[in-house]
Design a protein around this ligand. Sequence first.
Ligand SMILES: Nc1nc2c(c(=O)[nH]1)N[C@H]1C(S)=C(S)[C@@H](COP(=O)(O)O)O[C@H]1N2
Ligand SMILES: [Mo]
Length: 372
Amino acid sequence: MAATDRIRTVLDRLEPPPRAVDWSLFAFVLAETATGLVSFTVGVPEGWPLFWLHRALGVGIVALLAWKLARVRRRLTDPNLWRRSTALSALTLVAAVGALATGTAWVFGLDVRLSYWTLLSVHVGFGLALVPLVAAHASTRFRLPRRVDFERRRTAVTYFALLAAGGATYRLQQGVNDALDTAGADRRFTGSQPREGTGNAAFPITSWVADDPDPIDRDDYRLTVDGLVNDPVELTADELAAGHQTEALLDCTSGWYTVQEWGGIRVGDLLDAAGGVEPEASDGDAPDREAAYVRFTSVTGYRWSLPLAEAEDALLATHVGGERLSHGHGAPARLVAPNRRGFQWVKWVTRVEVRSEYDLGQWVVTLVSGFD
Ligand SMILES: Nc1nc2c(c(=O)[nH]1)N[C@H]1C(S)=C(S)[C@@H](COP(=O)(O)O)O[C@H]1N2
Ligand SMILES: [Mo]
């Protein structure tokens, strides 16, 4: 028996009931969206299972989609069966295939770039478009899931097999990358591809949505350090170029990473320059505001906070690879936050503020800053 026939037999045997396939597709797409979005916030290697789950679910979707298409094919190919909702179905299919194809191509190291848009950004675009499309598509043919569709033991086996096959496929794929030495072989656990070299020119300038300020005049520039510190100060660009060096890896969610030697001032030293963090009240009355976070705000309003201890070890960088930071990379000063994803490395920092509260608003501000 040919290999493809064998795969087909296994697939036929595992095929869940139609309604289970439909609802599973819905659930898998939601799970892909969740794992995909959450993965954007993960920069430490211990987070790898999340990325694997995302890939395994993707392979699962391929199988589910194959079953589904085998069943409904004629509704798409036979004009007599076309309904109003057929266009929506076709669009949903396009988005699904687009997301799967770009995700797969990315894993193999295909590196097509449109300015700073990588194939991974296109993958994210298809994925985000898919959510409302799948929801609308499901509502045109809404049928509640029934217990019987999911009750058979074989269905449970199917899902286990789908995820296992997903993981195995991905493992196999890594072997192919290594053997053929594709660009995909150098990817980090986050999926990001390397950008080699040192200094400003070695890596792309990436702004998260619309942040694009005018260059900051170095002589006029002042960094404000305030909030829960003893003596708020303003520092010049020269005062920030304190010569503290640290090697750190910048990993952008659009799919690239670079390792650079960054120079500047340790944030702990910066806070010392502002008289240190306000001490807890030692007398009877408990402090109502206890220093817990440090917030870094850009001239554009873009901002991110780090927990105090982590922030103290972070760097406010004025230099990269021995060169003064270029405007695009955040001159006069940008945050270097090791183990955090690139979008948290605030550029053009003009204010460093010690705060007591977590800043929920930063999640929105990073998306909308720069829009007038
Ligand atoms: N103020 C501001 N800082 C920002 C951004 C932004 O849009 N505005 N983009 C972030 C993103 S998404 C990344 S990956 C890094 C990229 O840094 P680079 O442009 O120096 O490569 O900066 C981060 N800092
Ligand atoms: Mo990024």
